[in-house]
Write a protein that binds this ligand. Structure first.
Ligand code: FES
Ligand code: FE
Length: 453
């Protein structure tokens, strides 16, 4: 499949995206190589591995990886597959260990910086002196480690590609909006933790439907109408949303990231309105808001409702904050993970209220997430047939109406309801699928930076 083929499937400028990219196995295999083996991927949060030797088993694309915090406090990420015959080395979801012993033939690998030169080094081989006659070079047979790993405000990102640009370049000015999710509510950097573990479940849909939805599909709100009507959310009869808040679809066309949110210099209210029923929680948000105003003054503020970092990480940036990642399993199945973030130093009552909110709305049993999953599985299933996969989906809302945002280099806005963000997402996807070099992939962002300077 050549460049022409991808360009025919993704006609983003016209708002046409072939259904086949959501169901085709050849496309899927190419995604694993061109997208997941190259892009920066979200692999976890540092609060999942608070102590030395803690580990958390994550995924990058279809592959299992082990995320550990070594004794020096450094986060390491390595392939969870034994170098001998490939057995899945660690079969728990998380724990505390610095040596991983393979259940198949007993090779062991260590992350202890005192014992080994690099994380994942092979340290134990049963029968090394006898069966192998001491001839096996252990240094050559460690676990494959990622090429680059970054802990950005507690969120851990990694890439297999040594040539990938630094994470912050990859993120560009989308950083402002991701910060809204990762920072403490008083505006100080980081300071958040994941509560209640990680929810993981499988959905019979193509993985791209989810980040596309989170990148700025306000149009699908009709799907959640029943949740609004029953009025049993923390906001009472007002439904899920504060009707006084309008949002914009904001995107970073050269990088493939985007969100629904507010443009800069927006002053967020003193507390999250959905907590009006909980006086202690409301008081907490008022207090941290005042702290933020005192310390940040007139510093630029942005607000994110939901956003996506290309290719497969999305987040809620307002309270309550969540991080989500969509792992490809097959063309027509993904594994969805969700983590819930709160201020680490928040009172228990605040964490408890957040936990209840999360469980009610998000995750496999959440009221809104169930609606979304129904849509994504339905659209995937209905695109699998010989007739339907020949058709294109329509992404024509708002074509030609994007405007630059002068305050934020590289940023564009296109009203509240638009499919611009989805178009820039699939344009980026096509660039990766066409095997663009990093120079090509980052040229647009570099130009935007220069123009702003
Ligand atoms: Fe791990 Fe053989 S597969 S030791
Ligand atoms: Fe939704």
């Amino acid at each position: 499949m050549g460049q022409k083929a991808i360009d025919e499937l993704v006609r983003a400028d016209e708002g046409l995206i072939s259904r086949s990219i959501f169901v085709d196995d050849e496309i899927f295999q190419r995604e694993l190589r061109q997208v997941f083996a190259r892009a920066w991927l979200f692999v976890g949060h540092e609060s999942l591995v608070p102590n030395p030797d803690d580990y958390f088993v994550s995924r990058m694309g279809t592959e299992s990886v082990i995320l550990t915090r070594d004794r020096q406090g450094q986060i390491q990420v390595m392939l969870n597959s034994c170098a001998h015959r490939g057995m899945k080395l660690c079969r728990y979801d998380h724990g505390n260990n610095r040596t991983f012993t393979c259940p198949y033939h007993g090779w062991s690998f260590s992350t202890d910086g005192k014992l080994v030169e690099r994380p994942g080094e092979l340290v134990g081989v049963p029968g090394h002196a006898t069966h192998y006659k001491g001839e096996l070079d252990k240094k050559q047979w460690g676990l494959k480690t990622v090429a680059q790993v970054v802990n950005y405000k507690g969120a851990v990102w990694a890439t297999w590609d040594p040539d990938a640009p630094p994470f912050l370049d990859y993120l560009g000015n989308m950083r402002l909006y991701l910060d809204a999710a990762l920072d403490h509510r008083d505006g100080s950097p980081g300071g958040s933790e994941v509560i209640g573990g990680v929810q993981k479940w499988r959905v019979k849909c193509n993985w791209k439907f989810a980040p596309e939805n989170f990148i700025g599909d306000l149009y699908h709100d009709i799907s959640h109408r029943s949740v609004d009507i029953v009025g049993i959310g923390p906001g009472g009869g007002r439904g899920r949303r504060d009707p006084s808040v309008t949002r914009s679809a904001i995107c970073f066309p050269e990088l493939g990231h985007g969100l629904l949110g507010r443009l800069p210099f927006y002053e967020e209210g003193p507390y999250a309105p959905q907590y009006a029923r909980y006086p202690e929680v409301e008081a907490y948000y008022r207090e941290v808001h005042e702290r933020r105003v005192r310390t940040l003054g007139s510093a630029m503020r942005v607000q994110t409702s939901v956003g996506t970092i290309f290719p497969n990480m999305s987040f809620h940036g307002r309270q309550p904050r969540t991080l989500a990642v969509f792992h490809p399993i097959s063309p027509t199945e993904m594994e969805m993970w969700r983590m819930y973030l709160v201020d680490k130093d928040a009172p228990e009552a605040v964490k408890e209220a957040a936990r209840h909110y999360f469980l009610r709305y998000s995750g496999p049993g959440g009221m809104t997430e169930s609606d979304d999953m129904e849509n994504w599985t339905g659209a995937t299933e209905a695109s699998m047939g010989a007739m339907s996969r020949e058709l294109y989906f329509n992404y024509q809302m708002g074509v030609g109406h994007a405007e630059p945002v002068p305050e934020i280099p590289g940023c564009a806005v296109n009203g509240e309801y638009t499919e611009e963000n989805a178009r820039i997402y699939y344009r980026r996807w096509a660039q990766f699928m066409n095997g663009w070099s990093w120079d090509q992939l980052m040229a647009g962002a570099a130009r935007a930076k220069e123009q702003a300077a």
